[in-house]
Design a protein around this ligand. Structure first.
Ligand code: GUN
Ligand code: ZN
Length: 439
């Protein structure tokens, strides 16, 4: 007999193990067209084919029948800014002008704790309704913005990483702080939130141009004091940004050297964008066990450039997919994967569905060093997953009826799918988003 609290019957797809190449992913892909997922104490207890599972079902507890739906591990968003939710789709600028014209004025509002709480609730509900169960999130300079987001994530028992933006130069007066204040506030926030429930603290210097040497030294000190926190920043996104970094830090060979000089590359360090890197920087990312976030919708929207996925594989650098809302244009990982496919096509690289879904689930979890906890249906992992309806529009229905196998179905989902395909989202064994009317 299996002792379980919830059993769900449906089709399941995941990647069973971490991979070193795209071919490796294909060999670890698992598809069960009729299976039962047993949950207990918020965790995956077992996933069995229907024929095996049937004998373990209790007559009273029974199971929920989700046949016709596809269950996937919850999506991992490896880079997103919650305060930028309201400015998604801002017209006309590339990175540096976009920051001063649109971003900084919006972020200013998060000094107000009530405002921060309202947007944090909206943001988390957007993550969940789009099937994202874990994210690495930028807040703003204000500690209130961090308290608001973590409070909401704690209420829902989410595995979420976030931190206060640190910046002490080249920002407007209303968004500036000293290195000392940034250190002190970050330290307090780490003590308040890190490792509480499923939360983790990410030390978040915005990027090199808004950091003085004193600020990066303060970040280094925090990393030494709290070695199991994360480090989250931007790297090599835009050509003007890179020229500015060269100007500000002439003694450093490359952009990444600025961070590396302060020992900021390493396990649990996540660098967003990483578009225009020299080979030596890729090598440094590999050698230090750092990760990068590929943000296709943002990189296209801001005209930043094309992330080189084959190069990332070549150097064996950990990688996750980021929505990068609000420079990114959607919370949907399905749509984001569709754009990643197009970015890869422009470089003659074929991003197949199993690889794409790996990056959005287990691969993203690995980039964030969370793959022991989340990323697939392995027994003992935390039960974060999504229930997908593969055909919610007439076009999707027509197309999906003609799919010959699960890979084509998944590929069509990343080409035509979006949040309308997410019927339910489960976090830590509880349904936190979806149509309650069914039960
Ligand atoms: N670089 C520094 N700040 C930001 C930001 O808010 N968004 C993006 N896309 N890049 C940045
Ligand atoms: Zn960003």
């Amino acid at each position: 007999m299996i002792d379980y609290s919830v059993a769900l019957r449906g089709a399941f797809f995941d990647i069973a193990a971490v991979a070193d190449s795209a071919d490796d992913i294909a060999s670890h892909a698992r598809y069960l067209d009729d299976g039962v997922l047993f949950l207990r104490d918020g965790r995956i207890h077992a996933l069995l084919p229907w024929q095996e599972a049937e004998q373990y079902l209790h007559p009273l507890t029974g199971y929920r029948d989700l046949r016709g739906k596809l269950l996937l591990p919850g999506f991992v968003d490896a880079h997103v800014h919650y305060p930028q939710t309201e400015m998604i789709g801002a017209f006309g600028e590339q990175l540096l002008e976009w920051l001063t014209t649109y971003t900084f004025p919006v972020e200013r509002q998060f000094a107000d704790a009530d405002y921060a709480a309202e947007i944090a609730r909206f943001f988390v509900s957007q993550l969940l309704s789009h099937g994202t169960t874990t994210a690495l999130v930028f807040c703003t300079l204000h500690p209130e913005s961090v308290d608001a987001l973590f409070s909401e994530a704690l209420r829902l028992d989410m595995r979420l990483l976030a931190g206060k933006v640190m910046m002490d130069r080249h920002s407007p007066e209303y968004l500036s702080e000293s290195a000392e204040q940034s250190y002190r506030q970050t330290r307090e926030l780490i003590q308040r939130w890190h490792q509480r429930g499923r939360l983790g603290y990410a030390i978040t210097p915005r990027f090199a141009p808004t950091s003085t040497p004193a600020l990066l030294a303060a970040v280094q000190q925090l990393r030494e004091e709290f070695p199991d926190t994360w480090l989250h920043t931007h790297l090599s996104e835009n050509l003007n940004e890179i020229a500015w970094v060269k100007n500000l830090w002439p003694e450093h060979e490359h952009y990444l050297d600025v961070y590396h000089h302060y020992q900021l590359a390493g396990p649990r360090s996540v660098f967003a964008h990483a578009i225009h890197l020299a080979d030596a920087e890729w090598q440094c990312l590999h050698d230090t066990g750092s990760a990068v976030a590929f943000c296709p919708t943002s990189n296209l929207f801001l005209g930043s450039g094309l992330f080189r996925l084959p190069t990332c594989w070549h150097h064996q650098v950990r990688m996750g997919i980021g929505s990068d809302v609000g420079a990114g244009t959607t919370f949907s990982m399905l749509r984001t994967l569709g754009e990643a496919y197009k970015v890869s096509q422009l470089q003659s690289y074929r991003l197949c569905a199993s690889e794409a879904f790996y990056h959005a689930t287990l691969g993203g979890a690995r980039a964030l060093r969370l793959d022991d906890y989340i990323g697939n249906f392995h027994p003992g992992k935390e039960a974060d997953f999504v229930v997908i309806d593969p055909a919610v529009t007439p076009l999707q229905q027509l197309r999906s009826e003609r799919c010959k196998d699960i890979y084509e179905q998944l590929f069509v989902l990343m080409t035509l799918g979006d949040e309308r395909n997410i019927s339910e989202t489960w976090v830590n064994g509880k349904r936190v988003w979806g149509n309650a009317a069914e039960e």
